[in-house]
Ligand binder design. Sequence first.
Ligand code: ADP
Length: 601
Amino acid sequence: MGSHPGRMSKGSEGPEKSARFSTQGLRWVLSYLRPHRGVFIPSIVALTLTAGLSLAFPWFMKELFGGSVEDLRKGVDGAEVLARANRTILLLLAVLAVQAVIGFFRVQGFIRSGEAALNDLRRDVFGHLLRLPVPFFQEHRAGALSNRVAADLGIVRETLITTLPQAMRQVVILAGSLVVIFIMSWKLSLAMLGSVPLVVLAVAIAGRKVRGHAKAAQDALAESGTVIEESVQGIADVKAFTNEGFEAQRYDGALESFFRVTLRGAFARASFLAFVIFVMFGTIGAVAWLGVRMMVAGNLSETEFTGFVLFSVFVGASLGSMPEMVSQFQAMTGATERLREVMGETPENEGGEAIGDLSGALSFEQVGFRYPSRPDQRVLEGVDFAIAAGSRVALVGPSGAGKSTVFSLILGFHRPESGRVCFDGRDAATLDLRSLRKGIAVVPQEVMLFGGSILENIEYGRPGASTEEVREAARQANAHEFIEALPEGYATTVGPRGVKLSGGQRQRIAIARAILADPRILLLDEATSALDTESERLVNEALERLMQGRTSLVIAHRLSTVRHADRLLVFNHGKLVESGTHEELMEERGTYRLLAETQLA
Ligand code: ADP
């Protein structure tokens, strides 16, 4: 059974919490690679090969430089030295060519398997998000949520496609180089590795700080993204209230705090990098100096010496790249933590009993409710009513009385705190929400059309419906004629970037959608804004057809609507205060009469 969602961390916790490096996140991401191991594992093999082959470069260089110098010193004939150099360079080119070919495939393989795994991950995260209960989305600002998920997926991608292969490559190169230098001169090798503890210490001290700041910076950046998203979404309001300056300031504020956090991290990062670079190159210099001494003493040949220096550079570069990679893995740990938090949220009740066909009868039994975000306010209290299948009920009451909340409870967006919502006498809490919602359709007050054709917008009521079914629904909704008159008919694009439709037209599209859905229960939120008479007539006619033979609940704002209702439910301050027909309630001279006289047009 669905429960109230847990809290997802809002990203403001201190650096300590995420500073630990856990392999759980990595393992979770790797589990997505498993299905693509057919490509991934060969890529790893190829990677190991190319990494190993890249050691050929210093090896041949050592032969060219050190070997030639050594030969010349020993008095070998110049022509022979040249001939050897020729052979060496040809061999090197051949190795490089092999490396390039394998490298080509391994890069492709990593991208292919990585992106495929990522797509699975993206699908899973979005799929899970879609199934989370409504309160989850009310607790998290939409912009913040989508930005965070996008940013976190971005980090995972960067790690998987770039850092992971790079790390593997560096480990192979490091191991190979170490073996080579130890064989050449273990004494020099030990001298060189003497600096490693210093670097490790620096990683331990600075890494922790850098990591914490990196996550805080990530959060701050996501926050600024949210500002952009919210402004763009509400651009009409921003402009109408001439709040461009305010939004710009809000963005500025977010950027400022991002900058502050980044700068705090920058100190740790800069001192760390400066230190590591100094130690690294200092060590290589010192080793070269030691090498010269050994060479003079006759303990090291020119070839070995050159080789040693070249491979030391490789060792140093590998070691130097490690902290950056470790911090990237840590960033990924943070990102996966949050993604897994989303994945860990309990989805809505989908395991309940499938309801089958609803008859349309529904009842509220002593329902009490508070929004989780405002636990001090009782929004519904002891609401008790039963609606027979096929009847027409109007909900009336002042704004804020709780009418929309009744709709939310019927749709299962929220669960009652006390009492029960029942369909055909069965407690909704035990029913499968999806199958329940299939029997319900909503015609909202402000109809949102999404980007796409009119056909698709109507088809949304029942995906997979045939074009003929869509047209028939539009006909019944009095929408067919105006749609046909549009430049591209049913293919006309509407929504944010398409043709603008009038309020009445949008409503008729929504009605067509509902007709197509063919629900047993209809929830109508009547538009408060007046339509012109003709438009009103067309909408009412369409609604009339839609409500025929179905249970309908209408949040009513018009006198004509309440007059046609079988029964009125009058709400005030979260309580059902009166119930009866329009005539009966007018007689009563109570809340309804007052409302009817002042508010219903
Ligand atoms: P009506 O539809 O009758 O105007 P509503 O059901 O929308 O009333 O609201 C009833 C009360 O619940 C109001 O006081 C409103 O402020 C509050 N409310 C509505 N939605 C939420 C929400 N998501 N979170 C917290 N309070 C809410």
